[in-house]
Write a new protein. Sequence first.
Lengths: 118, 118
Amino acid sequence: MMSELVQRLAPLGLRFADSSAMMLIAANPGITASALGRMLDIQRANMVPLLNRLEVAGLIERKPLNGKSHSLALTEAGQAKLDQGERVIAEFETWLIDRVPEEHRPHFKPALDALWRD
Amino acid sequence: MMSELVQRLAPLGLRFADSSAMMLIAANPGITASALGRMLDIQRANMVPLLNRLEVAGLIERKPLNGKSHSLALTEAGQAKLDQGERVIAEFETWLIDRVPEEHRPHFKPALDALWRD
DNA sequence: ATGTGTTGTTATGAGTTATAACAATTCCAT
DNA sequence: ATGGAATTGTTATAACTCATAACAACACAT
């Protein structure tokens, strides 16, 4: 399932982690790199190449916040790319849920959501 | 979810791929290494370290079948280990399904099963 | 019998993730 | 306010996983 999504995101030049990061940045503008890493369960050290990639692609902006932390925000291009990504993800979800028999369909997303909500 | 299962299997000295392989060997005694790899979607080349690991641990046996292929089977210790593994997996499934609200619970496993059945 | 495809295997390269270290800086308790 | 502890972004690096290519030995179909 995941590899299907990854393949659908690839044409946009997005990896799965990229989309996740951009979604969280969009939802938490000004978030710091390590806070983002904590949410995504990605090591601080491994955030560097990820954010570099997004910055080089012109999708995010890093602003020095207080001499130690940086503040992350989507650029306009970043927001546009995220919109495309979310459209792909929505299509993927439809594709996915269409595979479950109708009787179980309404229960599927609520059940999945419940899995990771503490 | 997967990392939870991996952590639960680790104390048995089993990886996820190990358990999967052993289940399929148990269900298809005498299966060949590359056939197993095809079922698990694991490259032929990458089966080698996996099977070596299981063989060194005394969990499986490789018998020359026809000079080209080998025939795989669980040893007694392997069957015992698999039993333990399956118990852990059953507990994991219970733990998992307990997290979904009761109303959706009966629909959950059928829905998941439908995802990968073509 | 001969060519085609398969098997198990080695070697290797690409990619991902975890760990450790570091300097700079902020935070907090006294 | 100040000194110790914790945090941040970063580099370097090691461990792992996974995919690709090559190979000799063999099976199999025509």
